[in-house]
Design a protein around this ligand. Structure first.
Ligand code: CAA
Length: 258
């Protein structure tokens, strides 16, 4: 598959998607987002891939949805085409584990795309923000919803209403990112984390992800019930037998279902 706006690579069992529109700081136009969806489809279908890393450049993960592409849009066209939904949520609906590796700007749709991944590893150069209010709109790809769940109401309101950026340290402090690493090490660290995830049983990792995500969609009692059902089902897998037997035998587990 020949892509124009992203680069796709693999390292072992890790699929790497690199946003690649340097002339526009990786602004997310519809062509890029369509390609991203195709790349996610391809990695999801590939049995050799156990986890996906999404990254950008040293200067920008992505500086948002493409403002020049959006500029001329009007209502009800935006409503009719369900603007921003088309293909944007493909990354969020990935069933394999996904990690965003963010350096530089992750603004507007860029921050929203990072939040569609399961977790975010940030370079110490990362800057996050939802500056849509400065353009006369508000976040339209999950920013008001996912950011609020990540960082709580006060910080989400602060970012969405003032449009200010926060640095990597603040992003880690408030729970938006799971860890901050030196910019030069970002991709290596993200791929290392993804390789770790991909070394485990894939169905177990997928169910774990599904269960964590369920916490954002349901009540505590229903979430616990959901978790318990998946937990019980895991005892029907060879990988549970292998994982626990390997522990008892003091050896490294060799999971079958990758
Ligand atoms: N859309 C389209 N083009 C963009 C872009 C965007 N979101 N962000 C940057 N670019 C383009 C610039 O227009 C510029 O192109 P030209 O060289 O052709 O003029 C090029 O990328 C480099 O950008 P700058 O010269 O502005 O670079 P800078 O280093 O001076 O500033 C920046 C960097 C602070 C990130 C600045 O580019 C900026 O503020 N970008 C817009 C950020 C933004 O508002 N994002 C939200 C978009 S709306 C959205 O995302 C909606 C949603 O919820 C889905």
């Amino acid at each position: 598959m020949a892509y124009k706006n992203i680069k796709v690579d693999t390292k072992g069992r890790v699929g790497i998607i690199t946003l690649d529109r340097p002339e526009a700081l990786n602004a997310l136009n519809s062509a890029l987002v369509d390609e991203m969806a195709q790349a996610v489809d391809a990695f999801e279908a590939d049995d050799e891939i156990g986890a996906i890393v999404v990254t950008g450049s040293a200067k920008a993960f992505a500086a948002g949805a493409d403002i020049k592409e959006m500029q001329g849009k009007s209502w009800p066209g935006t409503y009719r085409e369900d603007f921003i939904t088309r293909n944007w949520e493909r990354l969020a609906s990935a069933r394999k584990p996904t990690i965003a590796a963010v350096a530089g700007y992750a603004l507007g749709g860029g921050c929203e795309m990072a939040m569609m991944c399961d977790f975010i590893i940030a370079a110490d150069t990362a800057k996050f923000g939802q500056p849509e209010i400065t353009l006369g709109v508000m976040p339209g790809a999950g920013g008001t919803q996912r950011l609020t769940r990540f960082v709580g109401k006060s910080k989400a309101m602060d970012l969405c209403l003032t449009g200010r950026m926060m640095d990597a340290e603040e992003a880690e402090r408030c729970g938006l990112v799971s860890r901050v690493v030196a910019a030069d090490d970002l991709l290596d660290e993200a791929v290392k984390a993804a390789e770790k995830v991909a070394s485990f049983s894939l169905p177990i990792a997928m169910m774990t992800k599904e269960s964590v995500n369920r916490a954002y969609e349901t009540t505590l009692a229903e979430g616990i019930r959901f978790e318990r059902r998946l937990f019980h089902a895991m005892f029907g897998t060879e990988d549970q037998k292998e994982g626990m037997t390997a522990f008892a035998e003091k050896r490294k587990a060799s999971f079958k279902h990758k």
